[in-house]
Write a protein that binds this ligand. Structure first.
Ligand code: GDP
Ligand code: MG
Length: 196
């Protein structure tokens, strides 16, 4: 059974082996059903038959190389936050392995927005001395009539948490490309300031 053998052997062999300079592990976290897997599927290109240069590394890990500002970057996208079969260790693992995080909530679900704040605090605690790039993602922006969290609230929350903010819709594929480009830029900003 693939997942079991993967987890019992070396937990990071799949996702930690390729941390070259232009390869970033990006982890999706957030309440269940906010749209993490939908965003991951768009990233993986399951909706477009022409452009399928994505490699599926596991059931919930995807690798893809993007051109961002004329420079290529490889993202390893990890969508295993809701995988409860493997137990709690997977969440601790997720908190440790990311080079960057997408904290996702649904604009139609205030509880998921509040959860996002909790996750931000947990992440800060888990990676205390690191300046980790994070984007707060308000997904399901197409569901205008069911909106429970305003754009202003999302933006204000991101300011408090010192991270970037974007609203996306996986359903109509709005801002999804911008989201993944955005996280690459955030990682690069930190990399470039370290080099100086
Ligand atoms: P996850 O549990 O965070 O991985 O969430 P999923 O990606 O499985 O999505 C949960 C449900 O929300 C599914 O029925 C999706 O089709 C739906 N969904 C995800 N993103 C959007 C979105 O942007 N707009 C709308 N209207 N529905 C969405
Ligand atoms: Mg999911």
């Amino acid at each position: 059974y693939y997942r079991r053998s993967w987890s019992s052997e070396s937990s990071d062999s799949v996702i930690s082996s390729e941390s070259g300079s232009n390869c970033y592990r990006v982890v999706l976290i957030g309440e269940q059903s906010v749209g993490k897997s939908s965003l991951a599927n768009i990233f993986a290109g399951v909706h477009d038959s022409i452009d399928s240069d994505c490699e599926v590394l596991g059931e919930d890990t995807y690798e893809r190389t993007l051109m961002v500002d004329g420079e290529s970057a490889t993202i390893i996208l990890i969508d295993m936050w809701d995988n409860k079969r493997e137990g709690e260790w997977i969440r601790e693992h997720c908190m440790q392995v990311g080079d960057a995080y997408l904290i996702v909530y649904s604009i139609t679900d205030r509880a998921s927005f509040e959860k996002a704040s909790e996750l931000r605090i947990q992440l800060r605690r888990a990676r205390q001395k690191e300046d980790i790039p994070i984007i707060l993602v308000g997904n399901k922006s197409d569901l205008v009539r069911c909106r429970e969290v305003s754009v202003a609230e999302g933006r204000a929350c991101a300011v408090v948490f010192d991270c970037k903010f974007i609203e996306t819709s996986a359903a109509v594929q709005h801002n999804v490309k911008e989201l993944f480009e955005g996280i690459v830029r955030q990682v690069r900003l930190r990399r470039d300031s370290k080099e100086k």
